[in-house]
Design a protein around this ligand. Structure first.
Ligand code: HSE
Length: 324
């Protein structure tokens, strides 16, 4: 059985979830890949950090170059968050022939064209499933099973933190700040939750979805974006009275004249809409296409294990594509 070595750039929420899945499910993953997958190095900024899982101290490093320059590492998992230095690290890894799996939607959305070009030029795979809607395999299915369609719409609930906040405020009457703290403790929120609550995280994810469905790159800064920070308890009470829910929705809709309109904004969702019952950290990706009609994916969009699930799926896809 071949050995595939993984270098983890980041061993926080997503990197940690990935590490745990690779260890806990080592047997089934080996059967599915005919490979012994080992995390041989992991980047951390704190060697002494207390973690919820065991990790041998000799694989930890504070020096990214030790991972990027290690010729024994086959696949880099980038789970640092933030545009830089993550983008530079991914480019460097691909330029030295390593395949890359990333959960970093901010870096991918900001540098989509450059990253994809460098992946092609170096004949390596760059997989990004974990960037959008956590465990939901939306990107893979858009690029495989749904490829026979013209897409008309991609939209949905694409941020676990804000959906968690809105759900807890609506269902349990909890205060915004308390729920945000809870979402941070559960590992849903970004290091800086401004990106979540202002809707920027959704704009990043929508930019990636649009690139894949409409073959058009739109920089997230060019997507009109409104977050949830101005939503009051009164707004929620009014929605309740009307039998609606306020959800932060990212959407891209193609008009009959071929104009693509993208936005991120709070929307009052009617109880008959499939997105109405998508609560807590759950996400949903809603698509319209000329052949399949309507389709909605539902699942956990944030958290170490759901996001790690998408990362590990991408690692397995690379191994089965390249080494089998
Ligand atoms: N902060 C993000 C969210 C993490 O809450 O959805 C997953 O992308």
């Amino acid at each position: 059985m071949k050995q595939i070595n993984i270098g983890l750039l980041g061993i926080g929420n997503v990197g940690g979830g990935t590490y745990q899945i690779l260890n806990n499910n080592h047997d089934v993953i080996s059967e599915r890949t005919d490979a012994d997958i080992r995390v041989t190095k992991a980047l951390t900024h704190n060697l002494n950090k207390k973690r919820k899982f065991e990790i041998p101290s000799d694989i930890l490093t504070t020096n990214a170059d030790e991972i990027l320059n290690d010729s024994n590492i086959n696949i880099i998992v980038e789970a640092l968050g933030g545009i830089e230095p993550a983008s530079t690290y991914m480019l460097k890894a691909m330029q030295s022939g390593k395949h890359v799996v990333t959960a970093n939607k901010a870096a991918v959305a900001a540098n989509y064209e450059k990253l994809m070009t460098v992946a092609n030029e170096n004949n390596v795979m760059l997989l990004t499933e974990a960037c959008v809607a956590g465990a939901i395999p939306a990107l893979a299915s858009i690029q495989t099973s749904l490829q026979g369609n013209r897409f008309y719409e991609v939209s949905g609930i694409l941020n676990g933190t804000t959906n968690y906040i809105m759900s807890k405020m609506y269902n349990e009457g909890l205060a915004y700040a308390d729920v945000l703290k809870d979402a941070q403790a559960k590992g849903f929120a970004e290091a800086d939750p401004t990106d979540d609550v202002m809707g920027y995280d959704i704009a990043n994810k929508l930019s990636i979805l649009v690139a894949l469905t409409f073959n058009q790159y739109i920089h997230p800064k060019d997507i009109p974006t409104v977050g949830i920070t101005n939503i009051t308890k009164e707004d929620i009470d009014i929605a309740k009275t009307n039998g609606t829910k306020i959800k932060l929705i990212g959407s891209a809709i193609l008009s009959e004249t071929g104009k693509l309109s993208c936005s991120v904004k709070p929307v009052n969702i009617n109880c008959t809409h499939p997105l109405f019952s998508v609560d807590n950290e759950f996400n949903a990706v809603y698509l319209k296409g000329d052949a399949f009609g309507e389709l909605m994916y539902y699942g956990k969009g944030a958290g170490p294990l759901p996001t790690g699930s998408a990362v590990v799926g991408d690692i397995i896809s690379i191994i089965n594509n390249i080494w089998r």
